[in-house]
Design a protein around this ligand. Structure first.
Ligand SMILES: Cc1cc2nc3c(=O)[nH]c(=O)nc-3n(C[C@H](O)[C@H](O)[C@H](O)COP(=O)(O)O)c2cc1C
Length: 413
């Protein structure tokens, strides 16, 4: 569909700035309504930090809203279906700036812990993913797969028997044996498998790739001293030493995708095995951990926390101090994505324990983003639940935000 009357409108828009034009242009392609509607839309969003575009090299997205990666287990035999493609397409139609897929696993036997988690290797799964990215692009969206190896983390919601469980030290949780210790060959093969998944992401036309290095799964199991007890060069007393596996994963991905293809790394202090873990206790430790990963090739850090408004080091800058993504941006200088209970009063863990959450406004979020604390905000459950969430934000209809009930996890809306 070609934009109508583009030139005259461009003249009107010159009165505004380049960013507004960019945002306008995207919407004109999608909806093609009348001129006045566009002008109102522009005027009402011109100053909204959430609708400012974000650019990194040649990668641009029209606003700051990212769909958080969320495992849905709707891909029988690991193959994403048309239903899965339609689910992501609806988010692109809604205007999500960047969609991150559910965790999708690399070519290792033990890389997933449920049979309906999608694979990111093999002809049929990659054909399914190709259908997904084509559908998202047709609707003007941008998307990256989150590539994943669960390591020895159990899936308490699945009865499926995970084959060939592997992890740094054969532990699924502190002091709990699960699976086998990875040999150096297993490590090398896993690094290669991450790199080929990233190369496939680029080949299929995805816009970015995200490595899941958070929440107590394989990459994070190497970071975490409680699960990494290795005495070879992949272990060590410091977080920096235990980052060797992740650094090699990122370096090999960079070699596979070349320069200019954005690599996002998701990290967290908390683990599903223990929500209270803190691996980096100070900004200096945080820098020692994250800077070598940035040097290895990470472009954007996705800093997972349960509630975005919680300060990471309140002893340094108080109760309203920088959050995890804020500190990560400060110590590394690279753009960061924050996340955690946006648009909802209660956090993810309460949803997994069966609690419903009331909606919440976005005032605190905008206040932090206006201070440039972090660059992008990932939204999980609110977007999972509501394929019109971004439109509601754009049109200031936050009174139409829905509550989140755990029953939402049972379907793809
Ligand atoms: C159903 C569900 C599945 C999730 N799966 C993943 C995943 O595959 N990878 C990941 O990094 N995080 C996963 N998460 C965590 C989310 O990405 C996000 O960090 C978390 O839900 C907090 O955001 P929210 O409060 O906006 O929901 C999942 C969360 C939910 C609710």
């Amino acid at each position: 569909m070609q934009p109508r009357c583009e030139e005259p409108l461009k003249v009107v828009l010159i009165l505004l700035d380049d960013r507004s034009y960019h945002e306008f242009y995207r919407h004109h392609w999608s909806f093609e309504p009348g001129l006045f509607q566009h002008r109102e839309f522009l005027m009402s969003n011109n100053n909204d930090i959430l609708f400012q575009p974000f650019t990194l090299g040649s990668f641009t997205i029209p606003n700051r809203i990212v769909m958080a990666p969320m495992t849905r287990s709707f891909s029988p035999n690991g193959i994403p279906t048309q239903q899965v493609a339609d689910y992501y397409k609806r988010r692109a139609e809604d205007g999500v700036g960047l969609i991150l897929s559910e965790g999708t696993t690399i070519a290792r036997n033990g890389s997933r812990n449920d049979e309906n988690i999608p694979l990111f290797y093999g002809e049929a799964p990659l054909k399914g993913w190709s259908r997904v990215i084509d559908a998202v692009h047709e609707s003007g969206g941008r998307m990256g797969p989150q590539i994943w190896h669960v390591g020895s983390a159990p899936n308490r919601r699945s009865q499926w028997e995970q084959p060939d469980i592997e992890s740094p030290s054969g532990l699924g949780a502190p002091d709990e044996p699960r699976g086998r210790v990875m040999s150096e060959q297993d490590i090398a093969d896993s690094i290669t498998a991450f790199a080929s998944a990233a190369a496939d992401a680029k080949r299929l036309g995805f816009d970015v790739v995200e490595v899941h290095g958070a929440h107590g799964y394989l990459v994070d199991q190497f970071f975490w001293s409680e699960l990494n007890k290795r005495s070879d060069s992949y272990g060590g007393a410091t977080l920096k030493e235990r980052s060797k596996f992740a650094i090699e994963v990122i370096k090999s991905i960079r070699t596979a995708v070349g320069p200019g293809f954005p690599i996002i790394l998701r990290v967290s202090q908390w683990k599903l095995q223990n929500y209270d873990v803190k691996m980096a206790h100070t900004p200096a430790e945080l820098g020692d951990w994250l800077n070598p990963l940035v040097e290895a090739g990470v472009d954007i850090l996705h800093c997972s926390q349960r509630r975005f408004w919680e300060p990471e080091f309140p002893e340094l800058d108080g109760a309203d101090g920088l959050n995890f993504a804020g500190w990560a941006k400060k110590v590394t200088g690279v753009p960061t994505i924050s996340v955690g209970s946006v648009g909802l009063a209660l956090d993810t863990i309460s949803s997994f324990s069966g609690e419903s959450s009331a909606p919440a406004d976005l005032n605190r979020l905008r206040a932090r983003m206006e201070k440039d604390e972090f660059d992008l905000i990932a939204v999980g459950r609110a977007i999972l639940n509501d394929p019109h969430w971004v439109t509601k934000v754009r049109e200031n209809k936050t009174d139409e935000f829905q509550s989140f009930a755990p029953s939402a996890l049972a379907q793809l809306v």
